[in-house]
Design a protein around this ligand. Structure first.
Ligand code: GLU
Length: 375
């Protein structure tokens, strides 16, 4: 048994494959999911649902059977599919006298303090009213041309939500019963893993390939999601939604699916930095890489170059001279000033940007080292 006795707030994510069939929604599956959520609610759990399926349902409504590569069409399908998806959730939750609500989110909404505060206020009001919020990425407006601006898949989005709201457990329900050493659908030697202490490179290497026709995730994004949740001291269970009463049994501590343990608790600010999409990058020399890893401040002399345009206070990626990102940070200066100061001593740098004095570009508390896999 797993000890989940302290768990109160959970985020449940369901994938497209789980709730759709060839000809549209799998209504029985949606009703079964809502039944289990109703049961959890009556036991006192707070539940937030993240549901994929809008793009797939929209495509089916239009008669498209193939994966959609053209983004505006994908966005159109999401616009068509979201109300269809919600109509089924509304009907199914209604059976259990539960009101549900739709929350469409972009990565920008989580990154921006004002929209995030609005989101937090509305979601806590919904939860206080006994409503189940159903989240999806707002694919209709999410801009795929701006790297880092989209979640891209609901696995990572659900983990970022779990991290933001300090959830105790993230449950990713999919069409496979957990993590294997290889894809069990194509490799007969694949071995099931029921517990993971740390998602390292080896674990990551077990997961290859992306999702199916209309979903964008796959095991890789699920493991990345588990890493994100883990940093917020939130465990993750990856399990099959086809298994009878999977949600209920997971919360009872039964060994259903793969459990990825929570690891370290980063502060909300550290999580905000690490989960934020960065608008630009600062390239630093090997001395600065060492200094930053040893929790020292960044001095102008360590800067080799600046990529992109950013303001003071934006989250930027920090990379070494090979272009490998190893940290994210919030500098006190904008990209123009940092470019003027690069390679200079603090005295010369102060002169270059017409300041009386400069200590550093950012301090250790403004920097979070990243795990290569989570970026
Ligand atoms: N937002 C997409 C949808 O609702 C799904 C993304 C994903 O597969 O994770 O269809």
């Amino acid at each position: 048994m797993r000890d989940f006795s302290e768990i109160k707030k959970i985020v449940v994510k369901v994938g497209t494959n789980l709730i759709t069939r060839d000809n549209g929604i799998d209504e029985a599956r949606v009703v079964d999911l809502c039944r289990q959520i109703a049961a959890l609610r009556s036991k006192g759990y707070q539940v937030i649902l993240v549901s994929s399926g809008a793009v797939g349902l929209g495509a089916k409504e239009l008669g498209h059977g193939k994966k959609i590569a053209y983004n505006p069409l994908r966005q159109a399908c999401a616009a068509i599919g979201n109300p269809i998806l919600m109509s089924y959730y509304r009907k199914a939750f209604g059976i259990y006298d539960i009101i549900c609500a739709q929350v469409l989110l972009t990565r920008r909404d989580l990154n921006n303090r004002t929209t995030y505060n609005n989101l937090r206020a509305s979601v806590s009001t919904l939860l206080a009213l006994g409503v189940v919020p159903v989240f999806n990425e707002n694919d209709v407006v999410a801009n795929t041309n701006e790297i880092g601006e989209i979640f891209g898949d609901n696995d990572r989005m659900s983990a970022m939500i779990a991290s933001k709201i300090d959830a105790d457990l993230l449950i990713l329900l999919t069409d496979i019963d957990g993590v294997y050493t290889a894809n069990p659908k194509s490799d007969a030697n694949a071995v099931f893993i029921d517990e993971i202490e740390h998602v390292d490179r080896e674990i990551m290497s077990y997961a290859k390939g992306a999702g199916s026709t209309f979903s964008t995730g796959g095991m890789r994004t699920k493991l990345m999601a588990a890493q994100i949740a883990s940093m917020a001291l939130c465990g993750t269970v990856i399990a099959s939604g086809y298994e009878r009463d999977s949600l209920i049994r997971i919360l009872e501590g039964e060994k259903v699916g793969t459990y990825i343990h929570p690891e370290k608790k980063l502060t909300q600010r550290q999580r905000w930095i690490i989960n934020n999409s960065h608008v630009g990058s600062i390239m630093v020399d090997s001395g600065a890489v060492k200094a930053l890893k040893a929790k020292k401040s960044l001095l102008p002399s360590g800067v080799v170059g600046v990529v992109g345009v950013f303001e003071a206070g934006d989250v930027v990626a920090i990379m070494d001279t090979d272009g490998k990102v190893f940290a994210k940070a919030v500098p006190y200066f904008n990209s123009t000033d940092i470019a003027l100061m690069k390679g200079l001593s603090t005295q010369e740098a102060a002169k270059a940007v017409s300041r009386a004095h400069i200590d550093c570009l950012f301090r250790p508390e403004d920097l979070v080292l990243t795990d290569a896999q989570s970026l």
